[in-house]
Design a protein around this ligand. Sequence first.
Ligand code: ADP
Ligand code: ASP
Ligand code: MG
Length: 419
Amino acid sequence: MGIVVQKYGGTSVASVERIRRVAERVAALHSRGKPCVVTVSAMGKTTDQLIELARQVSSRPPAREMDMLLTTGEQVSIALLAMALAERGVRVRSLTGWQAGIITDAIHGKARIQGIDTRMIRGCLDRGEVVIVAGFQGKTPEGEITTLGRGGSDTTAVALAAALEAEVCEIFTDVTGVFTADPRVVPRAGKMEEISFEEMLELAHLGAGVLHPRSVECAMKYRVPLVVRSSFVEEPGTWVKEAKDMETTRNVRGIAHDMHVARIKVLGLENRIETLSRLFGILGDAHINVDMIVQSEHDAERIDVAFSVSEDEGEMAKEVIEAHREELGYLKVLYETGLAKVSAVGAGMVSRPGVAAKMFATLTDAGIRIKMVSTSEIKISCVIPRDRAVEAVRELHSAFGLDVAGAEMVGATTTKVRE
Ligand code: ADP
Ligand code: ASP
Ligand code: MG
């Protein structure tokens, strides 16, 4: 019988009462004879609290020790969920990421899964046990403990589903599915019945926190049947699937936003053929993810380069550039925070002109200054001041015809997005 992988996020296991409810749901599935593997996140805001503790003892905690600390959060929830299941007479075993055979590279804080040795999990399943695996963690081949980056439990779940060739991977969270925008920001956002891997991947990369981007990448690569649903209400969720299996596409399917963007400007770089490759090579070596890049000629000898990064990597990016001042040969580096990125995403965009024009007109009409722009076949993103981001997302959602009439409550609607 096909294996079911389920993942419950932090809000879904935030209290003992909620853990009991998850246990009931898992027990019911198990009683129907389904082999179940369950991944859980740390309870509620535990990970944030652990980060705050680290901040109190260190201005720059070593990444290895950070992983040592953060992985404790998930260990609490797997043990409690296993106890709650045992209490119901269910045969169960909790496993840390490394016990479950999850092997990662050695980039602490944002490690990538390199492989999963499923023997331990399969052994448990063969004995009829429910397996509870700690999300967001693994170990290097040398035995060092790692984490996969914030929100990484989704990726644990999908990677397990891929490795076990599960029949489905169900992501249980605190909203009823994937919406046309974050339903906490846009009350008129509507739930989608289905979304393509490509569109979901863009939305996730662009800030739609409902799925960890690498979980979508992994589901797409291994064709994992993936659904996002609520752990609180019984309602069909959103299926993430191949575009060819979908009925329709429309030009803009969703609006995403990311509230934590920083911009770095490197002014007066020597205009040499290798300048850009050297600058971004240095940033890449420091594992800094650069997002948008704009280059302009200062004069014949010098160029200016501006780029955006996630705010939590901004200071580091600036320091890395300053440390290589001589090698790079620039005049000045400027650092700006307090920015956000708003993006319109849709696979149908490519065949329809005017989407960028509409986006710029909407922001301009609202008096919102656009600081950077980037486009791809299926998205347009603008960096804007953070204090205007909520307004921008709502305006764009309306302008692209995504508002759902009368949907004033989170999860109140189900719309089939169709042209
Ligand atoms: P979990 O702890 O279950 O992993 P997350 O907080 O990581 O939950 O993800 C769920 C949250 O994602 C929702 O509460 C919602 O505010 C946010 N979100 C952002 N964009 C979207 C979107 N397009 N659709 C649904 N939820 C979204
Ligand atoms: N507990 C981790 C976090 O808060 C991982 C996760 O929830 O997916 O980021
Ligand atoms: Mg999450």
